[in-house]
Design a protein around this ligand. Structure first.
Ligand SMILES: [Zn+2]
Length: 610
């Protein structure tokens, strides 16, 4: 049942299991405890290439009990290799012939033993050596050296970054064809080569991981779903949706490790680890890989895997029962050559306040859809064309600021309902109160009452849904404007996305959730509690999954609007799927169902409306 659980055995561990029978047996015990059905057997990592004999022996030792496939970590550098870049981890230069020949050798070996090879995520264009920069100059007409190139990156020079993204894409695509997939298929015509991409989606294009090019080279894709401590865990789900929007059913699986992120040598917190597992499972991939086999036996991670072992059957039960696809506020699938500066991972923060998101190709966005427009879309997609299609917009703070500064000309000012005289009053403003439906709301208990909002726009038209105040004047922070018959919601609360999660009064988050509820016809409404670190995942088949990532219980209302629901609806659920959350009260009228739900701390559960 979905998802199948796999693990990945690095080259160093492969060498060990062929020598140490005891160690292999210990590994097999933990594989069985964790329901592991498949093992990836790696032939190369960081300079260590196991012998073909070792690879065949490892395969033999495992293939009777588990499905086996090949793995490799090309991209990592070792002593025998040529030029490299050093980021604390060493990665190869893709213009060095010595490296290219070794790559082909590694790939031929893996393909001689396996029919499937999964490539770990160091495969990207990382290098800025003299040779790489001079090739770049030659192809794009620049006259840069390593120092001036790096300075351009620091000031985020859009022209140089965009050309570098193009250069990286062409280089990585060419090298992947000629030295990775090509040599593998020469040895084994039927081999499937799967590329895993990492968790840092904002840099994919810049480092050459441009899906429109690579999806014609690789047979499949895998995605890293690590959240790391201090990040917004919804991103572990979102990145699956993001990659799928480009590669469709070529997406094969998700993979996450046990590293903390602040300091890779210490493990991530146990709850965060389990939550990234659940987010991966809710992405409805066929396979989840626990990285890596050796870590499964490390004493400091014992509790991580013990608890994961309990969750895996629940993941299979819940995710195996979902027959639809996820729905959410629409994000267009784009791969800009440079990620957003302020609104990086904005989607992850929204996901953590109970706003579900859905990434789809631009051409699939249709009339009536609510589309989230952010900093990275400005200049990348034709927003007015979306309006012509009849889409409604939800415009983020930074996108609004850029538009107010003239990024879309005078039409942009009309789109947001702004005055042509000084459309942007302030980029940011200190306030200490919010005003909603005439009520003044302040947050002062055990925290500063002052906070920053922005941008402050000079509205010519529009209806303000929430204001902020410094005691002298009120400023619109969320408003709706009409443009050519479509709705344009503008969120001027903040361009510092982590603030949205915890800094402002709950009503601000609820106004954002209400906008999305109006579109999806299903969503969360706060009860008494502040609602953050709570996510909702509605699926078209009527399943609504709920996740409470707080270390305390929360109560909220799950609301379904019968006329608007974009999920199937044929019954009012009386019980939850896993029996963890409690449905305390249900009220229903001709238009709406409202379920009062209590979720215990750090829990996942679901209800089914069909
Ligand atoms: Zn180089």
């Amino acid at each position: 049942m979905k998802p199948r659980i796999a693990t990945f055995m690095t080259a160093h561990t492969v060498r060990r299991i062929v020598k140490e029978k005891d160690y292999l047996n210990k590994l097999k015990n933990i594989f069985n405890e964790l329901n592991i059905e498949k093992v990836y057997i790696e032939n190369y990592r960081s300079g260590l290439q196991v012998t073909t004999e070792e690879l065949r022996k490892a395969r033999k030792l495992l293939e009777n009990e588990y499905e086996v496939s090949g793995g490799t970590c090309i991209g990592t550098w070792g002593e025998d290799w040529g030029r490299y870049a050093d980021y604390g981890f060493k990665v190869i230069c893709l213009t060095d012939n010595k490296n290219l020949n070794l790559l082909a050798k590694v790939m031929r070996q893996a393909a001689s033993v396996f029919d499937e090879i999964l490539i770990d995520d160091f495969w990207a264009n990382w290098c800025y050596c003299n040779e790489c920069i001079s090739r770049f100059n030659e192809q794009y007409g620049f006259n840069l050296n390593v120092r001036s190139f790096r300075e351009a990156l620091l000031r985020k020079d859009p022209q140089i970054m965009s050309c570098w993204a193009d250069y990286s894409t062409k280089l990585l695509t060419d090298v992947s064809k000629r030295y990775v997939v090509g040599p593998a298929k020469e040895v084994n015509r039927d081999v499937k080569v799967i590329l895993k991409v990492a968790e840092w989606r904002e840099n994919f294009h810049f480092r050459g991981l441009f899906f429109n090019a690579l999806k014609n080279v690789f047979d499949g894709f895998y995605v890293g779903t690590e959240s790391r401590e201090g990040t917004q865990r919804y991103g572990s789900f979102y990145i699956i949706e993001y990659v799928r929007a480009f590669v469709g059913n070529k997406l094969k699986g998700a993979w996450f490790d046990t590293y903390n992120g602040y300091e890779l040598r210490i493990p991530i917190g146990i709850n965060t680890y389990l939550e990234q597992g659940w987010h991966s499972a809710l992405g409805l991939v066929d396979e989840i890989t626990l990285f890596n086999a050796r870590a499964l036996l490390e004493e400091e991670k014992r509790e991580h895997f013990e608890r994961m072992g309990h969750e895996i059957p629940l993941m299979k039960k819940l995710c195996g029962s979902i027959k639809g696809e996820s729905v959410g506020l629409i994000r267009p699938a784009i791969q800009p050559s440079q990620g957003a500066i302020f609104e990086r991972y904005l989607e992850d923060a929204l996901g953590m306040i109970g706003v579900p998101l859905k990434v789809i190709p631009l051409e699939h966005i249709k009339e009536g859809d609510y589309v989230l427009i952010t900093e990275e879309d400005i200049g990348y997609i034709d927003i007015f064309e979306l309006i012509e299609r009849g889409c409604n917009l939800v415009v983020s703070s930074m996108a609004a600021e850029l538009i107010a500064k003239g990024a879309l000309g005078e039409s942009g000012l009309e789109l947001l309902g702004l005055s042509k005289v000084m459309p942007l009053r302030y980029e940011a403003k200190d306030v200490h109160a919010f005003v909603y439906k005439g009520n003044v709301i302040m947050l002062e208990h055990r925290r500063p009452s002052g906070m920053v909002i922005g941008p402050i726009l000079n509205l010519e038209r529009g209806r303000v849904l929430a204001y902020a105040s410094d005691g002298k004047e009120s400023y619109p922070v969320i408003y709706i404007s009409e443009y050519k018959g479509t709705k344009v919601y503008v969120l001027c609360v903040t361009k510092y996305m982590p603030y949205l999660k915890m800094m402002y009064p709950e009503i601000i988050r609820q106004v954002v959730r209400d906008i999305v509820l109006e579109y999806l016809g299903v969503g969360l409404v706060r009860y008494r509690d502040a609602l953050f670190d709570v996510s909702v995942f509605p699926y078209t088949d009527g399943t609504v999954t709920l996740m409470n990532m707080n270390d305390y219980g929360v109560t909220f209302d799950l609301v379904l609007d019968k006329g608007k629901a974009r999920i199937e609806f044929s019954k009012v659920p009386k019980d939850t799927v896993l029996g963890k959350a409690k449905i305390e009260h249900i009220s229903e009228d001709s238009e709406k169902i409202s379920m009062h739900i209590r979720m215990p701390q750090n829990s996942i559960d679901a209800v089914k409306f069909a």
